[in-house]
Design a protein around this ligand. Sequence first.
Ligand code: HEC
Length: 145
Amino acid sequence: MFRGQAVQPLSVAPRVMPVDTMPVNRGEPPMSLEEMTVKMKNPLKPTPANLDHGKFLFLTDCAPCHGESGDGNGPVAHLLKDHPKDLISGTSKVLPDGYIYGVIRDGIMLMPSYDDAMSPNERWDVVMYVRSLQNQPPASKTASR
Ligand code: HEC
């Protein structure tokens, strides 16, 4: 039988991250939710392309729980012990962008973390889209797609 060359653990440098893969927290200093809430501002402009991308991500990743309109009544909401938050009315409207960003990154209670599932720009696109949902008149909320 052919014997491969033995490689001792860490005797060679670990593989370098391939280009265009997504390391966690790329370019971000480690920050607590409190720090993100206070310090982080959305660096992206609400261009149609960014909003479209945010909408795509929201419908894929958030709407199952929070609903397409963001009202907290997504199709799997009834399976959860604690109800997903209504993101479009009441106190949600005054949540700082940095807080929403931080919750997406780290998750909260039953909500999963999107730390390695979304890049920072993708999280900001989602924040931007949530803000746009909050600013829609009630009538158009049910027909958000
Ligand atoms: C598995 C279901 C689920 C998914 C998927 C999910 N959430 Fe949540 N989310 C929750 C639940 C449940 C809570 C309430 C947590 C708690 O009890 O504090 C929550 C809370 C939040 C909050 C905090 C609101 C507040 O008032 O503090 C925000 C913001 C939020 N979600 C945004 C999102 C966004 C944006 C996405 C998509 C990237 C998403 N969520 C995906 C279940 C989910």
